[in-house]
Design a protein around this ligand. Structure first.
Ligand SMILES: NC(=O)C1=CN([C@@H]2O[C@H](COP(=O)(O)OP(=O)(O)OC[C@H]3O[C@@H](n4cnc5c(N)ncnc54)[C@H](O)[C@@H]3O)[C@@H](O)[C@H]2O)C=CC1
Ligand SMILES: O=C([O-])CC(=O)C(=O)O
Length: 358
């Protein structure tokens, strides 16, 4: 019997089950890209987004939240483990995005082909007593390989890097893209949104405000003293005692460690990170759509300081980062913090560059 929407019923059912199982696809002799295209026609108009590391602590809630984002028409979930289960689960949500799963390195290229935005939370998290830099030995190689895939399959995509240490993994990504001849500094962004999310929350707590009314710029990088909240520039404008400033700065800088210790060996921030990653990815997509005044903090290739990468407020647009804002007036406490941040950042950036160019 012919069905409305094209194809007979048995073919349509085969197509739907194949979309959930890449192995069935190969048996049918169709490439996953062919299938992706035919499925995408049924989805809503919007952007194509891939999550690399989609089965992890961050990856799973991030997949859930991106499936809920109306700007996403196609959502590719890639990991080296467990993507069939995560994909099956998320794909039952009755939202517009079409979800497809990709398992293992042989499926990386299909996962990346045609993507507008690639979000990378792949890699190991901290345990108590570790610094983010202790993750370098494992995560540097993971990010390098994934970025080589991006260069090959979706060189024009916006890339959001979550994997730690962000202060080094973003420079690694830049070097991989340079080597491949695909580097566009406007499209590479390290995700520091969680620092802003925490800063807004902790400041709101101290001031007795709704966190949604607070906006704290956080600049520098994403580890310890490189996380530099600019409390003198918060919205709404407020002043703090020196005790409040010291307490808030330290709590924001150590927010990640606070979660690592509370989880006691079970990992680091995942739920608040997924929330922050979606907030940031949504801003990138709104920028791509052409919305005006989309401004967020991110760790990007930058000339704001003498360092080649730095986190500050950026304006997101159709080409990615369209404007990077200067730091504005800093008070004495922040100026001292900036010097400490730059010193540590310089070493982490250099470490990433030399890893990728060796
Ligand atoms: N930028 C930020 O603000 C934050 C960054 N992070 C970082 O995010 C990363 C992930 O954290 P979690 O999700 O908690 O870790 P997790 O261990 O729960 O998940 C990581 C996932 O990556 C996958 N993976 C490993 N190697 C891969 C590869 N080569 N290709 C694709 N996937 C691969 C694993 O199979 C796993 O599913 C860590 O490096 C962590 O430090 C965590 C919180 C905040
Ligand atoms: O602290 C960690 O290891 C994870 C992270 O980057 C954060 O929560 O800010």
């Amino acid at each position: 019997m012919k069905q409305h929407g094209g194809g007979d019923a048995s073919h349509r059912i085969a197509r739907i089950s194949a979309h959930l199982d890449p192995h069935k696809l190969q048996m049918e002799g169709k490439t996953s890209l062919e299938l992706q295209n035919c499925r995408a026609k049924g989805g809503s108009s919007g952007f194509k987004v891939a999550i690399l590391g989609a089965s992890g602590g961050i990856g799973q809630p991030l997949s859930l939240l991106m499936k809920m984002n109306p700007l996403v028409s196609v959502l590719h979930l890639y990991d080296v483990a467990n993507t069939p289960g995560v994909t099956s689960d998320v794909s039952h949500m009755d939202t517009g995005a079409v979800v497809r799963g990709f398992l293992g390195s042989q499926q990386l290229e299909n996962a990346l082909t045609g993507m507008d935005l690639v979000i990378i939370p792949a890699g190991v998290p901290r345990k108590p007593g570790m610094t983010r830099d202790d993750l370098f030995n494992i995560n540097a190689g993971i990010v390098k390989t994934l970025c080589e895939g991006i260069s090959k399959c979706c060189p024009d995509a916006i890339v959001n890097i979550i994997s730690n240490p962000v202060n080094s993994t973003v420079p690694i990504a830049a070097e991989v893209f340079k080597k491949a001849g695909t580097y566009d500094p406007k499209k590479l962004l390290g995700v520091t949104m969680l620092d802003v999310v925490r800063a807004n929350t902790f400041v709101a707590e101290v001031l007795g405000l709704d966190p949604r009314e607070v906006d704290v710029p956080v600049v520098g990088g994403h580890a310890g003293v490189t996380i530099l909240p600019l409390l003198s520039q918060i919205k709404p404008p407020c002043s703090f005692t020196s005790e409040e400033t010291a307490y808030l700065t330290s709590r924001i800088q150590n927010g990640g460690t606070e979660v690592v210790e509370a989880k006691a060996g079970a990992g680091s921030a995942t739920l608040s990170m997924a929330y922050a990653a979606v907030k940031f990815a949504d801003a990138c997509l709104r920028g791509l759509r052409g919305d005006a005044d989309v401004i967020k903090c991110a760790f990007v290739p930058s000339v704001v300081t003498e360092l080649p990468f730095f986190a500050s407020k950026v304006r997101l647009g159709r080409n990615g980062v369209e404007e990077i804002y200067t730091l504005g007036p800093l008070n004495e406490f922040e100026r001292a913090g900036l010097e400490m941040a730059k010193k540590e950042l310089a070493g982490s950036i250099e470490k990433g560059i030399s890893f990728a160019t060796k």
